[in-house]
Design a protein around this ligand. Structure first.
Ligand code: COS
Length: 396
């Protein structure tokens, strides 16, 4: 299982870096300050065929390997975390279809998602069901050739701008979230669907985080993903893979902050010399660089496991997300430190990067959830029988 980037990966990185530096980085401050989704940058990515990288060619995508997809996200996030979320969420939202969808469902939705004509969002989290996915309450009641969805979702990235959603709802409430949840494809022009509210956020401010409301939304039976009751498993298998994208985003944010800090340290004069001449600053930069590189290499190793569909890929993607998220937080905070007072004001990008980094420790599973996933895998490897549950097996 090799994970060293090839010359093709290097070429992809160079192309995306140039695009990001010229077209995306100059928009990042404005996108953050106005908290407006960058439709122009979404169009730019679509035109450059960069929204179809996770879709197979037969569905209109470019079918890039996992490491290439990581590099794409990394380079976009180095310039602007909000913009990097566009391909991340396009993949996250469509993974349930990739994993459990029929050919007909893929043919129907993937070409429009791969081209960027349509956006998709992943509708799992609810107000009272964040880490505890099984506590979901949204209902899907069968009614003839359709399901009728009622309930609400919260913290849904791109939920207010998506044309289509993958939504998780209980088809058998008595069986509980783990056995009674099913997954559906829901088009957002369906009567009864609304997105009543957006969150005001610390970071990734250009990316709308929406509340979704379902009032008797009719979803055709042919839009169910897999069988009834498979929703929890589909959600878990999606997150096992999508966490790789968050690791890549975190590595990119860290690299952006590191590059800004190095440039500033070489330029900023104090006590008659560039501050980078001081060993105290050099040591900080050295730690930031080494930690970012370690996070990157772990992320590539995880990407190789996802590519190979290795049985232990959840271990690798959770470990990559854990290490990369914490690295992004530490490195961006240190970058602000190196900038001193200038780091704390919006004239320079590092305060935005620090605010953006925080989300990578929270979404697609908090760092505590990653540790749970990693811990369970370790115990399974050690041959501990049965399941290691979040709480107790008695909790149905
Ligand atoms: N892949 C496939 N199946 C899985 C799975 C996985 N990664 N994880 C669990 N399952 C299966 C289990 O095997 C079990 O099936 P059986 O009863 O048939 O054996 C079932 O799902 C229930 O699993 P478990 O008891 O482990 O579920 P828990 O409720 O204890 O929760 C965690 C598991 C904590 C891992 C899960 O709730 C989780 O990932 N939470 C974080 C969610 C998250 O990332 N939220 C962010 C939302 S998106 S921004």
């Amino acid at each position: 299982m090799t994970y060293l980037p090839t010359s093709e990966h290097d070429e992809l990185r160079a192309v995306v870096r140039e695009l990001a530096e010229e077209r995306i980085a100059p928009r990042a401050t404005e996108v953050d300050q106005r908290a407006e989704f960058p439709w122009d940058l979404k169009e730019l990515l679509a035109r450059q065929d960069l929204l179809g990288t996770s879709f197979e060619e037969r569905y209109g995508g470019t079918g890039l390997d996992e490491i290439s997809q990581v590099i794409l996200v990394e380079e976009l996030a180095r310039a602007d975390a909000t913009t990097s979320l566009i391909p991340i969420v396009q993949k996250l939202g469509s993974l349930p279809i990739t994993l459990a969808g029929s050919d007909e469902q893929k043919e129907r939705y993937f070409p429009r998602l791969a081209s960027g004509e349509w956006l998709i969002a992943f509708g799992l989290t609810e107000a009272a069901a964040g880490s505890d996915v099984a506590a979901n309450r949204t209902r899907a009641r069968r009614d003839g050739d359709a399901y009728v969805l009622n309930g609400s979702k919260r913290f849904i990235t791109h939920g207010s701008i998506a044309n289509v959603l993958t939504v998780f709802a209980l088809t058998d409430p008595a069986a509980g979230g783990r056995k009674g949840m099913s997954a559906f494809i829901v088009e957002t022009d369906a009567p009864g669907f609304s997105s009543p509210r957006l969150e005001h956020k610390l970071g990734i401010r250009g990316s709308p985080t929406a509340e979704l409301q379902f009032d008797d939304v009719r979803v055709p039976v042919q839009n169910r993903l897999g069988e009834e009751g498979e929703g929890f498993k589909i959600a878990m298998e999606t997150l096992d893979r999508s966490r790789l994208g968050i690791a890549a985003q975190a590595v990119g944010i860290a690299q952006g902050a590191l590059d800004a800090a190095v440039a500033y340290a070489a330029e900023r004069q104090q006590f008659g010399q560039p501050i980078g001449e001081f060993q105290g600053i050099q040591f900080m930069l050295a730690d930031m660089a080494s930690q970012t590189e370690a996070a990157r290499q772990l992320t590539y190793a995880a990407a190789a496991r996802v590519e190979a569909l290795a049985a232990d890929l959840p271990y690798w993607t959770s470990a990559a997300k854990l290490i990369a998220g914490d690295t992004a937080m530490r490195v961006t905070s240190d970058a602000v430190q190196i900038f001193g007072g200038y780091g704390y004001i919006t004239e320079y990008p590092v305060e935005r990067m620090m605010r953006d980094a925080k989300i990578t420790q929270l979404y697609e599973g908090t760092q505590q959830i990653q540790r749970m996933v990693i811990g369970r895998q370790l115990l399974q490897r050690a041959g501990v029988g049965g399941r290691v549950r979040a709480k107790s097996a008695a909790r149905a």
